[in-house]
Ligand binder design. Sequence first.
Ligand code: SF4
Length: 406
Amino acid sequence: MYKIQSAKLLKEVMTSYFLGMKDTSKKMAWCTSVGPAELLRSFGFEVHFPENHGALLGATRTAGDFIPESTKLGYNNDICSYLTADIGSYLKKQTPLQEHYGLKGAPKPDLIVYNTNQCREVQDWMNYFAKEMNCPIAGITPPRHVDEVTDTHIVDVSAQFKALIPACEKASGKKFDIDRFREVLKLSKEATDLWKKVLWTATNSPAPISFFDATIHMGPIVVLRGTQVAKDYYAALLKELEGNVSQKIGFLAEENSRIYWDGMPIWGKLRPMSELFIENKAAVVASTYCNSWVFDAFDEKNPFESSAKAYTEIFINRSEDAKEKILARLVKDFRIDGMIFHDAKTCANNSNSRFGMPQRISEKLGIPTLVIEADLCDLRFYSEGQSTTKIETFLEQIESSKVLSH
Ligand code: SF4
């Protein structure tokens, strides 16, 4: 059976990251997943990402135990299940971090920072904790759903980045050091370049990494970007995958179809989903979800402006037209035969099937699309039997149309 050997190193990297949180002598910042992590790291903060914790609750299928706790507080069942699971876990004082890493819970923050480039939900979520923990909070609210990022946007957002400095100085007890910020951003850029190369190894057939593998291996680029550890990890992973490409080893010996996955993973069903596609010899090789931590624009020579550009031009923050152009490019680069859109019931922000995009894409690019209804964490919104049948039928159709066209 195909196995990515670097998974062992990944486990060590992630374990050391979580165990590092036991060191209470270091200042702690909480940050949204596409928030200004580099700026925070330049002040020496350890950084905790509540969304990463939300994904952990989803992947360990414990989210269902916690969501009702948030519902009791008035958080609706159909809002972000990362938010409801994470707040519920806090209220219940239970987390898989206890069992896996001996942590009582997420470490107490000295500062909370958010960026609403992905959604406004993160602002509410972080504000809840800021009030609850009596912690200072600061944030960036960039223009949303942009076609292209313009100079005006960059002026606005880079000023917002700079405006975070006094809060960071106060909470960290350190003066801002532009050289340190440049160094951290350079490390982040190097890691993100390697991560992109890792993902792009899947343009080869057979592909050495699937979307499902990538959702696991993206851990360091989410929680450790701006560190040497993340850079070293992706250098090792890339080396392994490039070796596999040169030996023509992939997770499928034979690919009957190549699939793009749109939107969030269904964290509690990663393994059965991966197995379902493998059984059908369908290689799920691309996603904009994993690509969200590819920040081409980072440039330490212009740290604020380039951070503003990189974090504002992420896929989730783009117009429908801009998204469709990005998808067309991926379909070409990854030689995609069909696209699956995950309509995540508690995340409208990262569900692209609701305003006719699958139909438009299908018409423009001439490839079939399928929408499946599920959720990132809340498995009450997912019917496994129904989705399996839909996916199998979809894959059979792709295969038979490929046979007919040959
Ligand atoms: S993008 Fe979606 S899943 Fe992520 S924090 Fe926002 S609402 Fe939640």
